[in-house]
Unconditional design. Structure first.
Length: 265
């Protein structure tokens, strides 16, 4: 499966693709229709839902957005499909002053916790630092997301708003555990760049995200390969690798074996 055939063409999402067909260091490949990744699913059409259910056997959605984002964007069509379970696994601390949002008084300024991250250091260092924040803040959500991929039937679809940062980190960690080559992990992360303009158009159409997007330079949104390379290098240096980090959050050897069995052909 080449990069072109990994894209999933949908009416209501622009950054959806299958994590199947990626090479491992020991010469194997990841299986098709096991784990999918995408941008926001709010606009899926009836035909999109049927395609995901029938062609991919979708059973689980891993939603990495904050509670406030979910409230503002509303329930997407997959939440109304009885065969699909939605797992809400925010990568930001919930209940703090920026995410503890009353149902009738949502303040967009409090919805996007990444706005408070300090903008220091070289351009490619900043996102990698933000990504480490996901690991520091919500190890529980990341482990839970990987277990959904591993221990449930059918395909799982991981998404956030753009399908770039939060989704990119969780998918990269899962692929690293599966033994996918670092080159392929980094290339999958950077592949969102092919659809970035369409992603940004979608998000700018939402009051939830438009102001934040317009407040930053255009290139700051691009998923440069160097960003993921830096993240994985830092995980190696600080934790002895992805499995080392996961082990500190309750992940077991059985989990690793189960993930590899599920992912690999």
């Amino acid at each position: 499966m080449d990069d072109g055939t990994r894209w999933i063409e949908l009416d209501g999402a622009v950054n959806a693709r299958d994590l199947g067909g990626l090479p491992t260091a020991d010469g194997r490949t990841t299986r098709r229709a096991r784990v999918l990744r995408s941008d926001n699913l709010q606009d899926l059409s009836v035909a999109d839902v049927r395609l995901l259910l029938d062609d991919y056997g979708l059973k689980n959605v891993i939603d990495l957005r904050s509670d406030a984002e979910v409230h503002l964007e509303g329930a997407g069509p997959l939440t109304r499909v009885s065969a699909v379970t939605v797992h809400q696994l925010s990568l930001f601390p919930e209940g703090g002053r920026h995410t503890d949002v009353a149902a009738d008084t949502v303040d967009v300024d409090r919805v996007l916790p990444w706005q408070e991250r300090p903008a220091r250091g070289p351009e490619t260092d900043r996102p990698a630092g933000h990504y480490l924040g996901y690991l520091n803040d919500r190890g529980d959500s990341i482990v839970a997301a990987l277990r959904v991929m591993t221990r449930t039937d059918g395909a799982s679809l991981v998404h956030c708003a753009a399908g770039k940062d939060r989704t990119g980190v969780v998918c990269a960690l899962a692929l690293d555990v599966a033994g996918v080559t670092r080159e392929a992990i980094v290339a999958d992360y950077a592949q969102t760049g092919e659809r970035l303009e369409a992603v940004l158009r979608r998000l700018r159409a939402s009051d939830t995200y438009a102001a934040d997007l317009d407040s930053r330079p255009a290139d700051s949104h691009r998923p440069h390969a160097a960003i993921m390379e830096k993240l994985l290098a830092r995980v190696d240096e600080q934790f002895g690798g992805t499995i080392g980090w996961l082990s500190g959050h309750g992940w077991t050897a059985d989990d690793t074996d189960a993930l590899r069995t599920r992912f690999l052909s």
